[in-house]
Design a protein around this ligand. Structure first.
Ligand code: IMP
Ligand code: MG
Length: 444
């Protein structure tokens, strides 16, 4: 049954105010991923009733540092550390059962409980053959390769769109899964014209039975749970993966991931009525980073890029690849805001930019003809853009020492963050990350 009066419409409480209204917070990467979402989600999850991973797969990596230690989460929602929080892997996720079992095993060893995990039966399983095909496609692309994470996430979503995907529900019936898989793999072998051990169903026989035993108990319809929590006025966090500029539709195509990482995608992937949403928190690193190929107009090269990469430990959580580094790109941020409608902004890693002297923000682009242009999502046109910068006084590590409120932030950093926020009119600066640990987060 649809409890309409319980919802909040566009952030305004329902006039009837019959019950506690739910709070539904989407956490979105504002750039090319790796903005520090893990830290913000971990903070928000500590008081959340429900955390939902809605899209993407184990190509995402969220670093969380909390009382339990340091974790690189790929599939498990960040609310798992709070035993009272319901953690949902939603319908929109590309779920690699091998990765999930490994993650559950490692976290269990470190004392984390999984009684509060639910997997949507509609999520799509990513198998080793998807990874094989990912590598095969990348090799075929040659110079035009995307530099994917090779986790097989693109091929998993391709199968989903082709209506030959394997939903997680099939893990409850391993015989049926293996039967369907045999036919799919036969067709794949014929189409690809190659053979590989991962394209033979016998490769999966034992694994599928083990995955069925280990993960089967977590598979449960998520919609009634979401409905119940909405009606009870619960607090939800929708944990976005990747970043806005990697969105399949709205990103820098074709250098994008295979899911919708913008606000709308999270609601679809969570299976939640869109009008339930009350907040959209955009996460932005104080500078820019990118893993993989594609245009990046504010990219830095040389010593400064190396210094920021080392200070910020800018290496992929999933692949360990060094991330490309650039100045904060306000043109891209303005575009991200237009797509997501951020209500709140988190600026992370301002400590990484400390002690570097002056800092810059890219405020405009010109194209190859010298004309001022907006953010370009055609990757080729983006690579032809030149960024133009505004200069700002820097700040030091000493300036950030012991700072716990917005007022205590150094004046130079306030000017810098004001300039970042100018790109996102109407949004409020709600978080500033000043260090790696959980408590080095200024919030209102
Ligand atoms: P895929 O998601 O593995 O298909 O890779 C497509 C592109 O998205 C590549 O450039 C990846 O490096 C990038 N990408 C995917 N997920 C992330 C992420 O979580 N952080 C940063 N880059 C990512
Ligand atoms: Mg990451």
């Amino acid at each position: 049954m649809y409890h309409k009066p319980h919802f909040v419409i566009c952030g305004r409480p329902d006039i009837l105010k019959l019950v506690k209204t739910p709070e539904v917070i989407a956490v979105i990467g504002g750039q090319w991923g790796d903005e520090g979402k893990g830290k913000i989600v971990d903070y928000l999850a500590a008081t959340a009733d429900v955390v939902i991973r809605s899209q993407g797969g184990d190509n995402a990596g969220h670093t969380v540092i909390n009382d339990h230690g340091k974790f690189g989460l790929h599939l498990v929602p960040a609310g798992i550390f709070n035993p009272k929080t319901l953690n949902i892997i939603g319908a929109g996720v590309a779920l690699n059962p091998k990765t999930l079992m490994k993650e559950i095993g490692e976290l269990t060893e470190r004392g984390v409980s999984f009684e509060n995990l639910v997997i949507s039966p509609k999520s799509h399983l990513a198998f080793d053959y998807h990874q094989f095909i990912d590598g095969h496609q990348e090799a075929a692309r040659g110079a035009n390769r995307i530099d994917t994470t090779k986790r097989g996430i693109g091929p998993t979503y391709m199968d989903k769109a082709e209506r030959i995907g394997m939903q997680a529900r099939l893990l409850l019936d391993p015989d049926r899964l293996l039967g369907e898989l045999a036919g799919i793999l036969e067709a794949k072998r014929a189409r690809l014209g190659v053979n590989d051990k991962t394209l033979d169903v016998s490769y999966y026989e034992a694994f599928v039975r083990e995955a069925s035993k280990t993960l089967g108990g977590f598979i449960r319809d998520t919609e009634p749970l979401v409905e119940k929590h909405l009606a009870a006025g619960s607090r939800f966090v929708l944990e976005g993966a990747h970043g806005t500029l990697l969105d399949l539709d709205h990103g820098t195509y074709p250098m994008v991931t295979a899911s919708n990482s913008t606000t709308g995608g999270l609601l679809v992937g969570a299976g939640m009525p869109p009008l339930a949403l009350t907040k959209v928190v955009g996460i932005f690193k104080a500078y820019q980073s990118k893993v993989g190929a594609g245009g990046m107009p504010s990219e830095l090269h040389g010593e400064l890029a190396d210094t920021i990469r080392e200070k910020g430990q800018e290496y992929g959580t999933t692949t360990g690849r060094p991330r490309r580094i650039g100045y904060f790109d306000a043109v891209a941020a303005r575009y991200a805001h237009r797509l997501n409608g951020f209500t709140d902004i988190a600026i992370t890693k301002v400590d990484t930019l400390a002690d570097l002297g002056d800092v810059k923000i890219a405020t405009t682009y010109t194209n190859k003809n010298g004309n001022t242009v907006d953010f370009q999502t055609d990757n080729r046109l983006l690579t032809e853009c030149t960024a133009h910068y505004q200069n700002f006084d820097g700040w030091t590590t000493a300036d950030l020492q012991g700072v716990t409120t917005f007022d205590e932030l150094p004046a130079s950093l306030k000017k810098y963050s004001d300039a970042m926020m100018d790109a996102m009119p109407g949004a409020k600066l709600s978080f500033v990350g000043v260090g790696r640990s959980r408590d080095q987060l200024i919030h209102d």
